[in-house]
Design a protein around this ligand. Structure first.
Ligand code: NOJ
Length: 567
């Protein structure tokens, strides 16, 4: 590493005043605005964003070249899915070296240049941290295998003797999220069948033992490494999984994945994780300019999620309860209220997310085509809190549902049925939302780079490209650009922690929000497939700010349409 990189502790942005530390307010001194409370954070999936060297795989240089696009879109920050050295057994969520860039994406100099350019453009950078498990190629795991049972390196993971007369059965009944048992047996150094190790995901992703102090020290050091590189925060992968119930008790039944997010499990959301995040928050707060931690935490209830963002812990947690809500006014209202209510006591912002690299794109998932996707996006972008945008949703990209099996790389796809009934793992179809971005109308990969991407793009994606949609006032891209510009200009959109619900017909969601500047915005979303009466308050609004589809003021609200008005 060069001196230049090692010395780099300050972001180059004209970022706001230094974070005075935690939330502690000094009486009489105004608290600086906390950028992350209402930030729009854009998720880049590095494999599929832009490919500068034309090898079919996106890279850091490609992302760097497209940063002006992201600044122009109007987002506040960019979250990069993992780009670390990795054998790519789970598309980079299997990290072999937490301080190195995988050569397929570039090197540390590319990362440094990317962070600097982003800051110069006023964009913050959030990197993905994967602390629940490493790659099986990580040096520690390789040494653990070599050193054998009882060695200190084995204690950094969960190695156990198997059950049964010859240790032939897994140590407990936990199932992998990707299907099949969560345990794999290794051979002892002399070649005889030996211990088993725990992997909640693929066998190539052994879980760390967070009771081991070396693991805790290592991740504090990794945090500092990237903070010193200038990153503005971390998205923490499987934040709910680090600590396991003492003794690794059996679940007692199969079908465990189906309980994820609804029930307490011995391998997820244990109270012990919070101590870890308190120690991380101390590190984040040592750095200027409000560096943040964002939890990917699947918990049974919104109140349990709120525990991750208490004042001394992380800043945000993904709101998967919102993501999982169908396009239905009553259900949306319920989840919006409960999301806001659960975060209010801990003083954290709510987050809103419709799409990411693990779920079916919302244009397809919500079942109503691009009109419904646009309406859902405009509703999300009006809500108080921080919103996440997944690359390509601003183009209205659909899920690619017909990828050929031989093109697929999702490890869960290959483990389907490993649990016996074929239902036990994730569906394994996550590649459909990871297809490379179309940038231009023509060309072998629609401007992604080279002759083709690592996954094939549908032949008609040129029409959805950034080039095709730019300056087309009816395009989804221009809708996002306008929505994000309005969101910046009006504090009623995004800021605050509550909404005032308005009388509306069945199937219509309508609310009022007042900004810090006293200006109010009215929002109505028709979630039905028929036109619906305009809520009274909206009929007398001063002016239309934005509509997700064609709409003339005063007329009934068209099907699958969201409108913003100035009161
Ligand atoms: C959540 C990530 O979003 C997903 O892509 C990954 O497979 C698992 N965590 C395991 O790291």
């Amino acid at each position: 590493m060069t001196q230049h990189l090692a010395d780099r502790t300050q972001p180059t942005s004209d970022a706001p005043t230094p974070n005075p530390g935690a939330h502690a307010a000094t009486p009489g001194v105004p608290t600086p605005p906390e950028w992350w409370r209402h930030a729009v954070i854009y998720q880049v999936y590095p494999r599929s964003f832009a490919d500068a060297n034309g090898d079919g795989m996106g890279d850091l240089a490609g992302i760097r070249a497209r940063l002006p696009y992201l600044a122009g879109l109007g987002v506040d920050a960019v979250w990069l899915s993992p780009f670390y050295a990795s054998p790519q057994a789970d598309a980079g969520y299997d990290v072999a070296d937490y301080r190195a860039i995988d050569p397929m994406f570039g090197d540390l100099h590319d990362a440094d240049a990317l962070i600097r350019d982003a800051h110069d453009l006023g964009l913050r950078i959030i990197v993905d941290l994967v602390p629940n498990h490493s790659s099986d190629q990580h040096e520690w795991f390789q040494r653990a295998l070599r050193d054998g049972p009882g060695s200190p390196l084995r204690d950094r993971y969960h190695f156990r003797a198997g059950k049964g007369e010859y240790g032939e059965a897994p140590p407990n009944d936990w199932e992998s999220i990707f299907g099949g048992p969560a345990w794999t047996r290794v051979a002892d150094p002399d070649g005889t069948p030996g211990q088993w190790y725990l992997h909640l995901f693929a066998p190539e992703q052994p879980d760390f033992n967070w009771e081991n102090p070396a693991v805790r020290d290592e991740f504090r050091s990794v945090l500092r490494f990237w903070l010193d590189m200038g990153v503005d925060g971390f998205r923490i992968d499987v934040a709910h999984g680090l600590v396991k119930a003492p003794g690794l008790p059996d679940m007692g039944h199969a079908g465990q994945l189906r309980l994820l997010g609804t029930q307490k499990l011995p391998f997820f959301d244990q109270d012990g994780v919070h101590e870890i995040y308190r120690s991380w928050r101390e590190i984040l707060d040592e750095y200027p300019d409000q560096r943040i931690g964002v939890a990917e935490a699947w918990t049974p209830t919104e109140d349990r999620t709120a525990l991750y963002v208490r004042r001394e812990e992380l800043n945000q947690a993904f709101n998967f309860h919102y993501l999982n809500t169908p396009w239905d006014a009553a259900e949306l209202r319920r989840v919006i209220d409960s999301s806001l209510d659960s975060m209010r006591p801990v003083g954290a912002p709510t987050t809103w997310v419709l799409s990411n690299h693990d779920v079916v794109r919302h244009r397809t998932r919500l079942g109503g085509g691009v009109e419904r996707a646009r309406a859902a996006s405009l509703l999300m972008l009006a809500l108080p809190g921080s919103a996440y945008v997944y690359q390509g949703e601003e183009l209205g990209l659909p899920e690619v549902t017909d990828l050929p099996d031989e093109a697929r790389q999702d490890p869960a796809f290959f483990r389907r049925g490993a649990g016996g009934d074929g239902q036990d793992g994730q569906d394994g179809l996550r590649d459909g939302c990871r297809v490379p971005m179309p940038w231009s109308r023509d060309g072998a990969s629609f401007g992604f780079g080279g002759v083709g991407g690592w996954l094939p793009q549908p032949g008609d994606w040129g029409a959805l490209s950034v080039e095709a949609q730019t300056d087309d006032p009816g395009s989804t891209l221009e809708l996002y650009r306008r929505a994000l510009a309005e969101r910046r200009a009006r504090s009623a959109l995004g800021a605050g922690d509550g909404v005032e619900w308005l009388e509306a017909a069945d199937g219509v969601l309508a609310f009022r929000r007042v900004g810090a500047d006293g200006r109010a915005v009215l929002v109505a979303a028709n979630t039905t497939d028929r036109a619906a009466p305009l809520p009274g308050a909206c009929a007398s609004a001063r002016g239309q700010v934005l509509a997700s589809g064609p709409y003339r003021q005063g007329e009934p609200l068209p099907a699958d349409t969201t409108v913003w008005w100035e009161e």
